[in-house]
Design a protein around this ligand. Sequence first.
Ligand code: EPU
Length: 332
Amino acid sequence: MRISRQASLKKFNTFNVSENADVIYEVEDIGMLKNIVSDNNQILILGGGSNILFTKSYNGAIINLRNKGIKVLEEDKESVLVDVCSGENWNDFVLWAIKNNYGGIENLSLIPGNVGAAPIQNIGAYGVELKDVFYSASGIMLDSLKDFELKTSECKFSYRNSIFKNELKDKVIITSIKLKLTKGNHNYNIEYKGLKEKLLKSELSLKKISDEVIKIRQSKLPDHKLIGNCGSFFKNPIINLSKLKTIKSDFPDLPSFKIDSNNYKIPAAWLIEKSGFKEKRNKNVGVYKNQPLVIINLGEATGKEILDFANEIKETINNNFNIQLKEEVLVI
Ligand code: EPU
């Protein structure tokens, strides 16, 4: 375990913001966790730091989980139950699954971050969400230091949301998750427009889907190692039918995806582009040219500058469309 006091968080967040934390624990052995929790009042659990924006120094302890391990627990002809430690890199795990011909997470290739953070916002991309293959999350309750295991239905997953962002916010450390993956008879999902166009004609495989998803992501999303970012900054808003009709009467080209008879998800990227923010920059902060839902750190931006820019986008969209965007990233 490595302990750093009054240390910079720069290498712990993909926005590359350099705020300080009182203390950072880099923990490989989860046996140490209960002592760390007992010794500190204010705790923040950090995985890959790919969905967090620090706007000020953190007055407390950051626990950066680095526990590793992937284990097959059970298998039958059709499926396999896999246990993965929180500190594993998500994409490394996806590639491991594809190599072993385990299906279900190929559409989630190249999502940044660590395994332990995946259930918190129920990561999703290209028609698949983590909840579709989820079995359970295990870890420690911060107040009682008791171990827990929560099954899928108890995690209350929905679009970019779960119990870990609500009732259990700041109350648990997830140390591993279990997923149920397919072994044969994979349920390939190529419903996302860009995937269907590319893959329909050829014979499908997990690897082909993963390779195509990686290509799409690389063409639309910036690599945080080169340009600081946290992927989508906002969630796609869900609006009701009457609001959809009102906006469509002015903007007939508004894309929309039906959720149920009265609710439609619309792309925040479209709202941001229509509001004139595409490729807009303000000093060290801007939106990414290929995907305006992604806010980028062009150099030495502070978290506060990034937040101010995001708030400007929010206000403009509220004025233009009467829609309140909600952050997807956690703002500290
Ligand atoms: N669009 C524009 N202008 C643009 C780009 C996109 O108007 O410059 C509109 C288009 O109408 C396009 C639509 O936005 O059809 C959707 O764009 P895209 O397919 O790129 O996806 P998204 O809805 O913007 C969501 C996720 C992404 C995920 C993709 C693919 C959220 C908040 N974001 O983005 O997730 O990769 O779908 O499934 O749900 C992330 O969470 O960090 C993330 C990148």
